[in-house]
Design a protein around this ligand. Structure first.
Ligand code: MYA
Length: 412
């Protein structure tokens, strides 16, 4: 049952097929035919040279789409059209991010994709597809949604948040990804936006932070059965299960977030995000979009003061299952820590309480990155160090290298 792999298998979000740990040591010196032509750079000293790399130039944005190989054509994916939604769902469930050992592949649900991509102010033409001309089959995709970021120089910048870059397995290594990236850049520029943020498992020029995933095992037996975790040498399943038994009597009363909480939650979050050097600025509408509970997609809970009914704390997570590739039909149900703010109790207490909720809701594992204040609870609550590294990037803005603690943004 055990093998000499670290306790937890990697399963990193937003990553390429190889985790940072598997990338060759010379990765950063490798030549990058595409990335070496792009406005990406890290500032050398503390906030030295921080700011936009290329000036905006709306007149010189290309008006026509970039050319594709003859057999393909561009399309815009409309998630309200059930046929197009199905085609996107299938492309991603069959071809999106896998862990380094090819045991798991992300299985973002259709409802999740609607939540992630139909956001306040989003632009339909930013959901960019590549299809086969003769059959209409979707074989490539990249998405962007609008947002605002506050960077280390204190400036607030309109950005695109880029995600779900995917090329069908049969069409890999043909340089389609750079065309998708250039095309989404063009469409973003046409809306007058010149910066972007994105995360990936791959190490490309230049990550501004490299946090690591940590995993709190909830259903130990299942995680061992599917190969996500293994029993340490000399231990047993029963022993590990006992060791990882959750405290379900935290005394911390959480209740599902409702519409009426949005204003207070927004104020708490806005204040909290000021602590970080790289953080989103979220309007109340955006907070409602990102945090109002949606079954099997996003879960958010508030803690209210007993006497005044004021919201003092909130905690949230999103649901992202993965297909277990060696056990067709089996899904690994993973919860991912999302935005949370603790003021009346410790973050540890809040997370401990929400772990019990996640277990009750049927999640097998609860994941988080060591960003924001998460190192305050990672060890005490028995999260295990994963081997997935998530790289944070920014396009066309020079920033200095950040410690994971300075990161205040969570992309899906
Ligand atoms: S991260 C999730 C990425 N998706 C996956 O990992 C799913 C599984 N893999 C695939 O579908 C393919 O392997 C992909 C590459 C599509 C990833 N980010 O076409 P190629 C560079 C950026 O021959 P393929 C996410 O969604 C690579 O270094 N670049 O390769 C965030 C090389 O360039 P260079 C990447 O394997 C996306 C070139 O592509 C990534 O067939 C943020 C090779 O192209 C990657 N994850 O396809 C995108 N992987 O030679 C950037 C490979 O220079 C957004 N490459 O090294 C930038 C901002 C744009 C908006 C700007 C607005 C102002």
């Amino acid at each position: 049952m055990s093998h000499n792999h670290p306790h937890h298998h990697p399963h990193h979000h937003g990553g390429g097929c190889c985790g940072g740990h598997k990338a060759p040591a010379i990765a950063e010196e490798a030549s990058h035919d595409f990335w070496s032509t792009q406005p990406v750079a890290v500032a050398s000293g503390e906030s030295e040279g921080v700011g936009a790399i290329e000036k905006s130039k709306k007149e010189s944005v290309r008006q026509e789409s970039y050319p594709l190989p003859e057999e393909f054509e561009w399309c815009t994916v409309n998630l309200e059209n059930s046929d197009q939604m199905t085609r996107l769902y299938e492309l991603l469930t069959e071809n999106y991010v896998e862990d380094a050992d090819a045991l798991f592949r992300f299985d973002y649900s259709a409802e999740f994709l609607r939540w992630a991509l139909q956001t306040p102010g989003s632009f339909p033409e930013w959901l960019v597809g590549v299809q086969v001309r003769s059959s209409g089959k979707l074989v490539g995709f990249i998405s962007a949604i609008p947002g605002r970021m506050r960077f280390e120089d204190g400036k607030t910048v309109h950005v695109a948040e880029v995600n779900f870059l995917c090329v069908h397995k049969k069409l890999r290594s043909k340089r389609l990804a750079p065309v998708l990236i250039k095309e989404v850049t063009r469409r973003v520029n046409l809306r007058g936006i010149w910066q972007a943020v994105y995360t990936a498992g791959v190490n490309i020029p230049w990550p501004i932070a490299e946090p690591r995933y940590h995993h709190r095992l909830l259903n130990v037996k299942k995680l061992v059965d599917v190969g996500f975790a293994s029993i340490p040498d000399g231990s047993t399943l029963a022993r590990q299960t006992r060791l990882l038994k959750l405290n379900t009597e935290t005394g911390c009363q959480l209740r599902p977030m409702e519409r009426r909480h949005v204003k207070q939650v927004s104020a708490l979050l806005r204040e909290h995000l000021k602590k970080f050097k790289y953080a989103p600025e979220l309007s109340a509408d955006e907070v409602a979009h990102w945090l109002m509970p949606r079954d099997k997609v996003v879960y958010a809970f508030v803690k209210e003061d007993q006497a005044t009914n004021k919201v003092t704390d909130f905690v949230s997570f999103y649901a992202l299952p993965s297909s277990c590739l060696r056990q067709p039909g089996t899904k690994l149900e993973a919860a991912y820590m999302y935005y949370s703010v603790a003021t009346s109790v410790s973050l540890k207490t809040l997370v401990e309480a929400v772990l019990a909720v996640a277990l009750k809701e049927g999640f097998d594992v609860f994941n988080c990155l060591d960003i924001m204040d998460n190192s305050d609870f990672i060890e005490e609550l028995k999260f295990g160090r994963g081997d997935g590294i998530l790289h944070y990037y920014v396009y066309n803005y020079r920033l200095s290298k950040h410690s994971p603690k300075d990161i205040g943004l969570i992309l899906l």
